[in-house]
Design a protein around this ligand. Structure first.
Ligand code: AMP
Length: 293
């Protein structure tokens, strides 16, 4: 196979070339793993790439800042980018193929198709704040990337929990023969979930940003200590955030697979938080389980 001979990463920008390289690899019996990203790679992304490398013969990483999933043009314009550094990190993580399509390659003139997923998984939480169009943008670009790469397995981060549920729905509803692998959230030493957006936090905001994980851990402690009412969990988590001077956009306790809001935690629940910390919007989540202490 042409790729990987020198331990390097093959950089591909056109869909036709990507299809040709992946087709060759598949012909040789390779299992294809795929990690979609928006670049500015950090250890969270790299953990996905390493998992794809470990579980597959060929790991494809896409770097594409998808304009259709941004509801705020200023957020899109401020999104950090560093292609050369990303390629170096991806190579070091063992990535075989880096796919960096242009906006034009993904959305050619006349593009008019949207993959629209309805219901609470796109309308609640992130969908309520950013509009369901955010997840339609995600679903559309992921469907296109899946069609271009045709992977056997796709690796996504639990950090974007609602996105994982949306992608699972997409795979099921469109009968895509792709295994979805959800990987754990990687965190900074103080618990802040790694994110490309963290670089835009100033020193004071960076300190306050631990409010999200502190809220989630407070929620976890409440549940393991016997709290079963979702509202009580939300109050505890909200207080933890406010104590850090961060006003939550939402604190939610949901069924992990449907994203329906829970009144009472029977066994396992997902707690999600979002907040604007200075100029940056942050999200995080944690599974909580009754009776684990
Ligand atoms: P993004 O570039 O933000 O679109 O993220 C690309 C992929 O990396 C998504 O599947 C994210 O969920 C995942 N990801 C982002 N941050 C983390 C993290 N801290 N830990 C694990 N995965 C992450």
């Amino acid at each position: 196979m042409a790729v990987h001979d020198d331990g390097g990463v093959l950089v591909v920008r056109s869909v036709d070339e990507l299809r040709a390289v992946v087709r060759d690899a598949r012909r040789e019996g390779s299992r294809i793993g795929f990690v979609p990203t928006m670049g500015y790679l950090h250890d969270g992304h790299l953990s996905l790439i390493r998992r794809a490398v470990a579980e597959c013969d060929v790991a494809v990483t896409s770097i594409f800042v998808n304009p259709t999933q941004f509801n705020d043009p200023a957020d899109l314009a401020a999104y950090p980018r560093d292609e050369a550094h990303d390629l170096e990190l991806a190579r070091a993580a063992g990535c075989t193929i880096a796919f960096l399509p242009s906006v034009h390659a993904v959305y050619p003139p006349g593009f008019a198709t949207t993959v629209r997923i309805d219901g609470p998984i796109t309308e609640a939480l992130e969908g309520a704040v950013r509009g369901p169009q955010h997840f339609w943008g995600v679903a559309t670009v992921v469907a296109k990337l899946f069609s271009m790469v045709a992977p056997d397995a796709a690796f996504f981060g639990q950090k974007d929990a609602q996105q994982c549920v949306v992608v699972r729905r997409l795979i099921t509803d469109l009968d895509l023969p792709i295994e979805l692998v959800v990987c754990p959230t990687l965190r900074e030493p103080d618990g802040l979930a790694m994110s490309s957006r963290n670089v835009r936090l100033g020193p004071a905001d960076r300190q306050r940003a631990v409010a999200l994980i502190e809220a989630l851990r407070a929620a976890e402690l409440a549940v393991t200590s016997g709290t079963t009412t979702a509202e009580d969990v939300r109050v505890v988590a909200t207080k933890a955030m406010l104590d850090r001077g961060v006003v939550p956009e939402y604190v939610a306790v949901v069924d992990p697979s449907t994203f329906a809001a829970l009144d009472c935690i029977q066994r396992r629940a997902l707690v999600l938080v979002a907040a604007e910390v200075g100029p940056v919007r942050l999200i995080d989540n944690l599974f909580v389980e009754r009776g684990t202490v």
